[in-house]
Design a protein around this ligand. Structure first.
Ligand SMILES: [Zn+2]
Length: 370
């Protein structure tokens, strides 16, 4: 698979990852900032002639400064989330900012509030500090002064932009946390996401009329993100209370590793499942799906055995795990099923459609109560 992100270091033991889009956009940001340097110098009444380095060099450094600032902003969220006892899988820096992947995001409004506010707070502190530093340095180091003042401004913009109540931005999360304190979490999410989407539409309109492409891109991502967040919350709240063992299929049908693919195919048509655990004696040794079989030419299906084509990395889950966590695991690992193991024993299989059945049942149940 194509690598799209690289780990550049660890902070608090959490990997900081650099997404490929960021590397592509960095020269563009450098160029945009570089173009503004002379104007910025004039505003500050600094003679551009005093600059030792070229505008584009300073612009490029500002691009790097921007992403370092985004990283520190994300570390602000991370630090608070760690203090609140959550696990953070990684921090990824990408084109439109960063993502701190919080594994077990608390639904406690106070937690969400303090975690959300910490990022913009870091940005404000950085902005003010850079500004203060830049303002007190003598004119002799014009390049450094401009760099610091400009970076200060970037951080303030970052804080303001993130504080807009356009869910799932930080400001949107603060809003949801405030709303959720007074009532239902899902209803609060719905209100916050609708506001986020309205704001995205507003950005898009502004983008069209001002000819600002960046604003259009932001609007697009914001809209998608708001919708995604709402769907995720709907799933998680509807599925709450369901465990893997409530929804899994219990009678597991297995296939022996030494069967040929023709035998396997005949078996699949009889059983009507599309994926099976592969066994060697009593041991589960792999997983085989319809897609694996399709990769082998029809004429060669007697020459290959199940063990030749099966996937050997087993994706497993415990019966007591939440159904929603199982679903999250499947989408992260891009697979359709998980094997349910109790100690060392395979006791069931859970698929996406098993979970969606549970989701539909709950929705019918809710409608009838309403
Ligand atoms: Zn943030």
């Amino acid at each position: 698979m194509l690598k799209t992100a690289w780990t550049i270091g660890h902070v608090f033991g959490i990997p900081i990852r650099l997404h490929i889009t960021l590397l592509l956009i960095l020269p563009l940001f450098g160029w945009i900032f570089g173009n503004n340097i002379e104007l910025f110098a004039e505003m500050l009444q600094i003679d551009p002639e005093q600059l030792v380095f070229g505008s584009y060099f300073i612009g490029f450094l500002l691009g790097i400064g921007l992403f370092a600032s985004v990283a520190l902003h994300e570390l602000g969220h991370t630090w608070m989330a760690l203090r609140r006892g959550m696990t953070i899988r990684s921090i990824t820096l990408l084109i439109l900012g960063g993502i701190a992947e919080i594994e077990d995001m608390s639904k406690e409004p106070t937690d969400e509030l303090v975690i959300a506010i910490m990022g913009p707070l870091v940005s404000i502190i950085l902005g003010v500090s850079f500004y203060a530093l830049g303002a007190y340095l003598p004119n002799m180091v014009a390049d450094l002064r401009i760099f610091l003042l400009y970076l200060g401004q970037i951080n303030i913009v970052l804080a303001v932009f993130n504080l807009l109540p356009a869910f799932p931005s930080d400001g949107g999360r603060v809003l949801r946390a405030v709303l959720a304190r007074r009532g239902n979490y899902l209803a609060a999410t719905k209100t916050a996401t609708s506001l986020g989407q309205s704001m995205a539409i507003l950005f898009a309109i502004l983008g069209v009329f001002s000819g600002n492409i960046l604003l259009l891109v932001v609007a697009f991502f914001l809209y998608i993100a708001a919708n995604h967040e709402y769907q995720t919350n709907l799933l998680s709240s509807t599925l709450s209370g369901f465990t893997v063992s409530d929804l899994m299929t219990r009678d597991v049908v297995t296939v022996p590793a030494h069967h040929t693919l023709s035998q396997l195919l005949a078996f699949m048509y009889d059983e009507k499942h599309t994926g099976y655990p592969v066994v060697n004696g009593d041991d589960v040794v792999g997983c085989v799906t319809m897609q694996d079989v399709r990769k082998v030419d029809v004429g060669q299906r007697d020459d290959y055995k199940v063990q030749d084509i099966m996937a050997t990395d087993l994706h497993t889950i415990k019966p007591k795990a939440d159904a929603f966590d199982a679903l999250t695991k499947m989408s992260k690992e891009q697979i359709g099923r998980l094997f349910v193991f109790d100690q060392d024993e395979l006791i069931g299989i859970i698929t996406r459609s098993d979970i969606m059945k549970g989701f539909q049942l709950r929705q019918i149940e809710r409608r009838e109560k309403a």
